[in-house]
Design a protein around this ligand. Sequence first.
Ligand code: SF4
Length: 175
Amino acid sequence: MADKKEIFEKYRKLTDKTDRLTESLEKVHRQHMQCRLGCSFCCMDYSLFPVEFYAIADQLKAEEIRINPEAKSDECIFLVNNACTIYAFRPMICRTHGLPLLYTNEDGEWELSACELNFTEFEEEFHSENAFPQDKFNSRLFMLNKEFIALDDFNRYGEFDLIPLRELGAGNIQL
Ligand code: SF4
């Protein structure tokens, strides 16, 4: 059974893989992409699986974190002057936004979501080759989380427990 350090390393590899795929998809959709520093349209106080929450906390422990103490309850506290203060360590969900995301809805049907600032009209045909396969990456994260919450120190969490991103700003997170 993998220990905490090995699981955090697997999480880091998963974010690297996400970045590689999003970078190649951004090239495919270059003519549509408006994502840039200063746009925070998709930022909000997301909730994270414990594995992601603690893996990011582990990465942030050597960093000086700046937060917006005035962020409202649905706003991300790491958004300061319209820029992400934890950009290199941001969660998976933040790494994929802006791109066309392909996923299955509650009825088991394929659905596509895409930023309305980038894709004003869905004139393009989206398919598995030019959209981000969100289910695939979410499943990997879910499985990694299962492995993580089986560890003695984290078995107080259930499979579907989520932790608000803003709690990362509290500091002194017990790892
Ligand atoms: S972590 Fe960064 S990218 Fe993600 S919602 Fe917060 S400010 Fe936006």
